[in-house]
Design a protein around this ligand. Structure first.
Ligand code: PGA
Length: 253
């Protein structure tokens, strides 16, 4: 049986508006073709100002769009923030929240990530909740403790949140693997994802969960990662900025 995978191309803040539009229009047919591949969902995550123009280019195709963050509020005096309804109107069907770069350089906390998830579920945007341990926690065998702390406010929020028309994607991204070229071992990913599968089914059984992996995913290591049965998809950063490399990640069977 062919496995269904979701691939998120997380462009981060690497492509300003003009470069993002050039990138997508230069590979438009290739992107559309890739998104037609059976059992495959391609989600492009450009920076916020690029979402709407890209939406206008790709609407009507299978390509999906994701924000890279959203506000935990719907409106008000929150200079610089973007609310979930705006993301929806700009064409997003997914949104990354709690990325380690937002936890580190923005002001994300475990609680704010839970609020953001609620905002996204309210407008039927699929949340892509990022969690992951740092190097020290990894070396000290504290991965599950770190993840548990990150997830607790989310599970609490979900007990009071009825609406779930969309799945929740839980992206396990060891912080020490992001942008470093160091991929976690299959053994570490498998044991972490199997714990996550148990936790989600125990603590938020009414929601449909999908488990993603992210952190230095590229053509060179995708074969090894695709042998892990619990992985439903990948968050691809650096490798998604090179179309041919991203295509190899998606096309690897
Ligand atoms: P990377 O980034 O693939 O460049 O490691 C992944 C991510 O941050 O989502």
């Amino acid at each position: 049986m062919n496995k269904h995978y979701t691939y998120l191309a997380n462009w981060k803040m690497n492509l300003p508006l003009n470069e993002a539009l050039t990138f997508i229009s230069g590979h438009y047919d290739d992107f559309v073709l890739l998104s037609k591949k059976p059992h495959t969902q391609i989600v492009i995550c450009p920076s916020t100002e690029t979402l709407y123009p890209i939406h206008q280019m790709v609407q009507g195709t299978n390509l999906q769009l994701s924000g890279q963050d959203c506000s935990q509020h719907t409106r008000g005096s929150f200079t610089g923030q973007v609310c979930a309804p705006s993301l929806k109107q700009a064409g997003c069907s997914f949104c990354i929240i709690g990325h380690s770069e937002q936890r580190l350089f923005g002001c994300d906390t475990n609680e704010s990530v839970a609020h953001k998830c609620a905002m996204l579920l309210d407008v039927d945007i699929t949340p892509v909740v990022c969690i992951g341990e740092n190097l020290e926690q990894y070396k000290n065998g504290k991965t599950l403790e770190a993840l548990s702390e990150q997830l607790n406010p989310l599970f609490t929020m979900l007990t009071t949140h009825q609406k779930a028309h969309v799945p929740i994607l839980l992206a396990y991204e060891p912080i020490w693997a992001i942008g470093t070229g160091n991929v976690a071992t299959n053994e570490h990913i498998e044991s972490t994802l199997s714990w996550l599968a148990q936790e989600t089914s125990k603590k938020a059984p009414l929601f449909k969960w999908k488990l993603l992996y992210g952190g230095s995913v590229k053509a060179e290591n995708i074969g090894q990662l695709k042998t892990i049965p619990l992985i439903d998809g990948f968050l691809v950063g650096g490798a998604s900025l090179d179309f041919e490399e991203f295509e190899k990640v998606v096309n690897y069977v």
